[in-house]
Design a binder for this molecule. Sequence first.
Ligand code: GLA
Length: 406
Amino acid sequence: MKKIVFALSLITIMVNTYGQKFDNLALTPPMGWNSWNTFATEINEKLIKETVNAIVESGLLEAGFEYLVLDDGWMAMQRDEDGKLYGDPDKFPSGMKALGDYIHSKGLKFGIYNCAGSKTCGGYPGSRGHEYIDAQSYADWGVDYLKYDWCYTEKLNAEGAYMTMRDALYATGRPIVFSICEWGSNKPWEWGKDIGHLWRITGDITNCWDCEIGHGSWSALGIWKIINMRKDIRKYAGPGHWNDFDMMEVGNELTDAENRSHFVMWSILASPLIMGNDVCSVDKETLKTLTNKEVIAVNQDKLGIQGFRFSNEHNIEIWLKPLSNNEWAISFINMNDKPFNLEFDWLKHGIGDDFNRRNIDFRNQTYEIRDLFRHELIGNTTESLKTTLEVHDVLLIKLIKKENFD
Ligand code: GLA
């Protein structure tokens, strides 16, 4: 009996110590830009360099958007004679290493895409059976982030397939953020923590408030479809392992109010903040939203607690996110198609997060209220909060304990 217990313990130790992901990466949700939502496979060296320059010059890098992620369509249609991937020579004539060097020279990090199956979703060579050789190419090119998709995988076991790539990345010795993109089909939140740093939780996003667009075997999902579908898996997220609500559609034909609300929700949800718009032609209002450092600070809070729905009364979505220093972020979003006069009486609402054992009783604790879009204090919790919310617009506030001011 003792021998069996000993053998089992040995196996457990071996399993636990053999494979591992890079620790100490993505301790806050990764921030960056990805080419897919706007450009699909129409990407090239010139576009990527212009995007890098725009991210630097517009202040987006300074605000924290550091990963430049090339999605599907970057590679040649076949491998070279050594079985290695290489960039499409028409789109990327200088090659991937040179592109990585350019991205790094401007202070950004380099992200790239491939797929666990035999082909990528766009039909380019997938990594199945080539995981180690591909991981080494990425490391040689200076890649810092890999988005790893789930097309053409037939009967592959998801956990095993992602583990193989994790181990291949780890074997290169280069710290690479591993972004699992299997659309939530096999509940990656249940097994992804030791494998990747973030995992997609649904099929692809599309640029609408709450629509669903069928594409035969799958549907593209609007912002609120994604939120509502996966609002109950918050306990799986935390520093180094995030629920990925998908690349953002901020700036992609939503109204300014919807852009603000979408950005706030991704921040409250501690989702990776990966822009999916054309940053070279971004308008002033969208840029203002994307570079709002107080909203970003909610997303990047070091506790890494994913927020949750507090209530939805009168079609006003109220979401909470506990922050460090015993502060709280609270968003109020008007889902109605007309303006709404909000009145929120703090004394009638206990704010609490039972899962994380954090609560406020407003009868004996007073908090100052800071508006994170107006960037000023707007009162405290002894009085009701009153404001008008425009259609699909958001009020995002932070509650700061009164003694922190005294
Ligand atoms: C899948 C992913 C998308 C994108 C495309 C590329 O649909 O979910 O995010 O990467 O593939 O083909």
